[in-house]
Ligand binder design. Structure first.
Ligand SMILES: [Zn+2]
Length: 205
């Protein structure tokens, strides 16, 4: 259960661990046992679930909602995204929010906090986003999808989809365990089998 930081007791064994150099704004909600490392920055309107890990220099803002057991590794930028439980963002991932970004308005004024269009990214349960990948605004990355290192994702990724490149293209399917499936949708590593569904794959019963 999430508790505002101000109400947490230091002696609570389930209290989050936040190092001194991290900046977690008052009002941010941080779940039990979540660890926030050096120079990470969490805005006041962000909600973090339980048992998450935020690496060095992670930035999370714009009302992002993060589930439980989510790992966000060094240097990631998460702008307004929704991350379901069990998501992994490898180092340097960017989840973008504004599909038409400008620094100034058409009449030349500096844009303020309310001048951004919000089309946040959604990353569904168990998905992995590889290092330095960029996900453009409004995209949904499906359950247990695997986005390769450096990919630029401009379209939705199906459940268990394996995508790579710029622009991203689907090159196969990924198992729940992280390995690539063979041609008959079976995992050579763990033996799990999958069936085609309208939204991608799901594990065979
Ligand atoms: Zn497997």
């Amino acid at each position: 259960m999430n508790t505002p930081l101000s109400r947490q007791l230091v002696s609570d064994p389930d209290a989050p661990m936040i190092v001194a150099s991290a900046e977690v704004a008052a009002g941010a909600v941080v779940g039990a046992r979540t660890r926030i490392w050096h120079q990470a920055q969490v805005d006041a309107d962000v909600r973090l679930g339980a048992d998450c890990v935020l690496g060095k220099g992670v930035h999370i803002s714009s009302a992002a909602v993060i589930g439980d057991k989510v790992k966000i590794q060094n240097g990631c930028g998460v702008y307004g995204a929704v991350l379901e439980d069990g998501v992994l963002l490898a180092p340097g991932v960017r989840l973008l929010e504004d599909p038409a970004p400008r620094s100034v308005t058409p009449d030349g004024h500096l844009k303020g906090r309310d001048d951004w269009r919000r089309e946040p990214v959604t990353v569904r349960y168990g998905a992995t986003i590889g290092a330095n990948a960029v996900i453009v605004p409004g995209v949904t990355v499906g359950r247990f999808a695997m986005v390769a290192v450096g990919t630029v994702v401009g379209h939705d990724v199906p459940d268990h989809g394996l995508v790579m490149g710029n622009p991203a293209r689907q090159v196969g399917w990924a198992c729940q365990c992280g390995h690539r499936l063979d041609d008959i949708l079976t995992c050579p590593s763990c033996g799990r089998r999958y069936l085609r569904r309208p939204h991608g794959l799901s594990a065979a019963p």
